[in-house]
Write a protein that binds this ligand. Structure first.
Ligand code: ADP
Length: 386
């Protein structure tokens, strides 16, 4: 504001030589400050002349000498009013900005989290009885989208596991009921009247056959249940595959001979593996049993062992009817049989190959079924070598 600043100049004797402060706005004389300036130092003072002023009295130098003093004053009102305005702006805008920022934050967080809310609601509706539900949320491929998709995949796996479990229980119950029904039928008929000892013996023999079937079934179920629960410790040792195959072949030889089926063992070289002897024997026995069962009289079975590419290999081929191509992918499933009636007649319950697959996998290996055209089925087991 005009008149709220002044300049006064003093000569080297302290006489006022220039003054623009005017009559109405007269700053008090400050001889102490002037003489301090003439001796080279500056003095700052605050003046209250209606408006508040800040004054500076300083020496004027020329050629290294103090030739006078100058006193300048400037109103601090402008500064104060600017500060006040700034304070008002801050006081108004800060809470406003805070409100907008919080509102925006809540809005954005709500938008980001709303799919999670949907996810939670759907997840709550999914129960063990209704695993067919999926979130099926069309979300972008971000963190939440990936979470929703992973959740759906997990439910699909659970659904599959539960379905298999239910199927397994139903199949097991059915398989157990069949021999029990046969036993019940036979004993009921036998008990209807007195019979001679030969008839009783015949009934007992049939009952015995059915009980054998049940024992086989129950012990297979037990093996698979333990395998599922990872409760079968593998007693691994160094084994000669050739010796093990010969051992298995000896055990099925009489059944093969009775059926008129020959067995050829082909030694592809000394092959040693680290494996659980009993389990590996069971695997090969199951394959040989099946081969004997499916090979017609006069046919032959080929069993070979060898090592290649760091793996041991056992191949069992037969001259039976082979496995229809459409059944190949499911042949290792539990209770899966190509021809249920014929397999049951032969004492099969459809668990042998599932056990074979578990044994191969438990040893870090694989098992695979193929058909050699016109030559029957071929089962190939690969095992990691020592
Ligand atoms: P099973 O106890 O019925 O023999 P497996 O699990 O051992 O059960 O075999 C499953 C099914 O695979 C059999 O029912 C049979 O249909 C088929 N299969 C297994 N081995 C052979 C084979 N060597 N030749 C033809 N079919 C086979």
């Amino acid at each position: 504001m005009e008149g709220e600043e002044f300049v006064r100049v003093f000569d080297s004797s302290g006489n006022l030589v220039f003054d623009n402060s005017g009559e109405k706005f007269r700053p008090p004389d400050d001889p102490a400050a002037v003489s301090a300036a003439l001796s080279g130092s500056r003095t700052r003072t605050n003046l209250d002349l209606g408006p508040e002023l800040r004054a500076l009295t300083a020496p004027i130098h020329a050629n290294g000498q103090v030739i006078g003093a100058v006193e300048v004053g400037l109103s601090t009102d402008d500064v104060h009013s600017t500060l006040r305005t700034l304070l008002i702006i801050i006081a108004v805008t800060y809470p406003l900005a805070l409100v907008i920022a919080s509102g925006g934050g809540v809005f954005l967080a709500g938008r980001a989290l709303s799919p999670i809310d949907g996810l939670t609601r759907t997840a709550r509706r999914i129960s063990a009885e209704d695993l067919s539900r999926r979130l099926d949320m069309r979300l972008p491929d971000d963190e939440v989208g990936r979470l929703a998709r992973t959740f759906d995949e997990m439910i699909a796996r659970l659904d599959d596991a539960f379905r298999r479990q239910r199927q397994f229980t139903a199949d097991a119950s059915h398989e157990l009921r069949t021999p029990l029904t046969a036993i019940k039928g036979q004993t009921e008929v036998a008990l209807q009247r007195d019979r001679d000892p030969a008839e009783y013996r015949s009934v007992l023999r049939n009952v015995n056959t059915e009980v054998d079937r049940m024992i086989r079934l129950v012990s297979s179920l037990l093996t698979l249940a333990r395998a599922d629960a990872h409760q079968v410790p593998l007693a691994k040792e160094d084994i000669s595959l050739g010796a093990l195959v010969s051992d298995a072949a000896d055990q099925v030889r009489s059944a093969a001979d009775n059926k008129g089926v020959s067995m050829r063992l082909r030694n592809g070289g000394e092959t040693r593996v680290t494996a659980d002897q009993d389990l590996l024997l069971q695997l090969i026995l199951n394959l040989l049993d099946n081969a004997v069962k499916h090979t017609p009289s006069g046919g032959s079975i080929d069993v070979s062992w060898s090592k290649a590419d760091g793996q041991a290999k056992v191949v069992v081929s037969d001259e039976g009817p082979g496995i229809p191509t459409e059944h190949l992918p499911r042949i290792f499933d539990r209770f899966y049989r190509v021809d249920k009636a014929r397999s049951r007649e032969g004492g099969g319950v459809g668990l042998g190959l599932s056990i074979c697959r578990w044994i191969a996998q438990a040893h870090g290996g694989t098992i695979q079924a193929d058909n050699a055209p016109g030559q029957g089925a071929t089962f190939t087991v690969h095992l990691p070598i020592n």
